[in-house]
Design a protein around this ligand. Sequence first.
Ligand SMILES: *[C@@H]1O[C@H](CO)[C@@H](O)[C@H](O)[C@H]1NC(C)=O
Ligand SMILES: *[C@@H]1O[C@H](CO)[C@@H](O)[C@H](O)[C@H]1NC(C)=O
Ligand SMILES: *[C@@H]1O[C@H](CO)[C@@H](O)[C@H](O)[C@H]1NC(C)=O
Ligand SMILES: [Cu+2]
Length: 175
Amino acid sequence: MAVAVGLLLLLLAVPAAYATNYKVGDTAGWDTNVDYTTWVSGKTFLVGDTLLFTYGSSHRVDVVNKAGYDGCSGSNALQTYSDGNTTIALSSTGSYYYLCPILNHCSQGMKLAVTVTAGNSSTPGGTPPTTGTPTTNTSSPSAPTPSRNGAMGRFCWMDALVVGACLMLVPLLGL
Ligand SMILES: *[C@@H]1O[C@H](CO)[C@@H](O)[C@H](O)[C@H]1NC(C)=O
Ligand SMILES: *[C@@H]1O[C@H](CO)[C@@H](O)[C@H](O)[C@H]1NC(C)=O
Ligand SMILES: *[C@@H]1O[C@H](CO)[C@@H](O)[C@H](O)[C@H]1NC(C)=O
Ligand SMILES: [Cu+2]
């Protein structure tokens, strides 16, 4: 149980460290004649990321369900935005659908579907959020400082056994 809670906290905490703000359509923004299926492909949307829609006054952003998306209908929109600079937080996993309900803009391509995933719980090389337990200092006081020689330093710090060998090598090599 404790492990499960820990994993859940990790899943919730990790994406925040990598939050990405996606500008929908990149430089084209939210407009007709942009293929948002192409724009979405190859992108990974994680919990904590945001979408930024930028558009002129002739457009709107409706948050709709899949039926609305498939049918290009904003009549059952969950949210409607018309401020021209709309940031939408992707705060939970699932599929989310957006369209412009003005005239036939949706059928002209102004429809966007994104799937939000939790991301990986393992973050090799990643920096965990600072709210966790502080990182422990593994340095041993008698070991040579790694900054004196990059390659030597990395080698020496790889393993406690190697450190012993390095301590013997250092005087020999005159480092
Ligand atoms: C639009 O919103 C983004 C994110 O909130 C902000 O950084 C940007 O300055 C805004 N741009 C305009 C023109 O309001
Ligand atoms: C997530 O994990 C999968 C499988 O473990 C791996 O193939 C993928 O590269 C990972 N993605 C990231 C962003 O770490
Ligand atoms: C680790 O050691 C460095 C340098 O000795 C120190 O500045 C830092 O506060 C230490 N961090 C922890 C978590 O003890
Ligand atoms: Cu429009």
